[in-house]
Write a protein that binds this ligand. Structure first.
Ligand code: SAM
Length: 287
């Protein structure tokens, strides 16, 4: 059943979570390449849900393989007041202990028992929003950020906005292959995977392989499900991603999505011009 349209969405910039690879600023460009009409929207590498939040689909299945993250999304859906309280309780420790001590206290609790209630505060308060985990023991290792985390009032306003924008969304803790196998004819899947081994440390020790993803995409295509795949341009060369060949004929179109100017280049260049130095993600489309 085709019921939804990906008409140009209104800008929506308020982020609920900070997450490496957040796509909220590129979301409108990505959405402009989704089919004009589709059934259910699937986002199997949800992270902080940058595209989901901007698209605000009438019907969606959103999932991620990282359990503490999905606990946050489930709280948003099932009991948003509880999510606000989780954040406010941890934020209150800043007044009692100071920012660094409060952060380290919550980090210790999280590492002793990984859970969404702590993670929601940690991702907002950690350095640069770079939630990453040590390889040897899986512990979150990011230090406290230099910024002041959102006040509980501002966070609560974001919870309300995101709650309303995801009212048609089911949230599940699922490996991407299980999530994608639920998609049916005329549904659309947007994939924003980690690329190769280098990112496993960022998202915890989850099994990810591009070969497995390509097999799931092929299965979707056979069932009449359309798939859009974001690929980091730097991991892409010719017909390979991170040395993994892209199966012939799987994708029929490729587009570039600007991710803004590269600040690194700005500082490296003597004349200060940024022409030709825009960083681009690629979007591969099966349709
Ligand atoms: C690049 S991030 C997605 C970022 C997202 N687009 C956003 O706006 O925040 C990739 C996500 O894939 C998840 N992931 C890694 N391996 C997975 C797997 N095997 N199945 C499902 N999700 C997985 C990670 O937990 C991470 O949240």
């Amino acid at each position: 059943m085709i019921a939804q349209s990906a008409a140009p969405p209104a800008p929506f910039r308020a982020q609920l979570l900070k997450w490496i690879g957040n796509k909220q600023t590129q979301a409108q460009a990505i959405i402009s390449h989704l089919p004009a009409r589709f059934g259910t929207y699937f986002e199997p590498f949800l992270g902080s849900g940058g595209v989901l939040g901007v698209l605000s689909p009438a019907r969606a299945v959103a999932s991620d393989g990282f359990l503490p993250l999905m606990e946050i999304w489930r709280s948003l859906r099932e009991d948003k007041e509880r999510l606000k309280t989780h954040y406010a309780e941890r934020h209150a420790l800043i007044v009692a202990l100071g920012k660094r001590q409060a952060y380290e206290h919550v980090l210790r609790d999280y590492n002793a028992r990984p859970n969404g209630a702590d993670l929601v505060f940690l991702c907002r308060a950690c350095y640069g929003g770079v939630v990453r985990f040590r390889k040897q023991d899986g512990h979150m290792s990011t230090p406290v950020g230099v910024h002041d985390p959102l006040t509980p009032e501002r966070f609560a306003a974001r919870v309300d906005a995101w709650h309303s924008r995801t009212r048609g969304t089911e949230f599940h803790h699922l490996d991407f292959a299980a999530a994608m196998s639920r998609a049916q004819r005329d549904d659309v899947v947007y994939c924003d995977p980690p690329y190769g081994d280098s990112q496993t440390i960022l998202y915890g020790a989850q099994a990810f392989s591009l070969e497995r993803l390509f097999a799931s995409i092929a299965g979707c295509k056979e069932r009449g499900v359309r798939v859009a795949l974001s690929i980091d341009g730097t991991k892409f060369s010719g017909r390979k991603v991170c040395d993994v060949p892209i199966p012939d004929g799987l994708f029929v179109r490729e587009t570039f999505v600007s991710v803004g100017r590269s600040m690194l280049k700005r500082f490296q260049m003597k004349d200060g011009t940024l022409e030709g130095h825009e960083v681009s993600d690629r979007l591969l489309l099966t349709y």
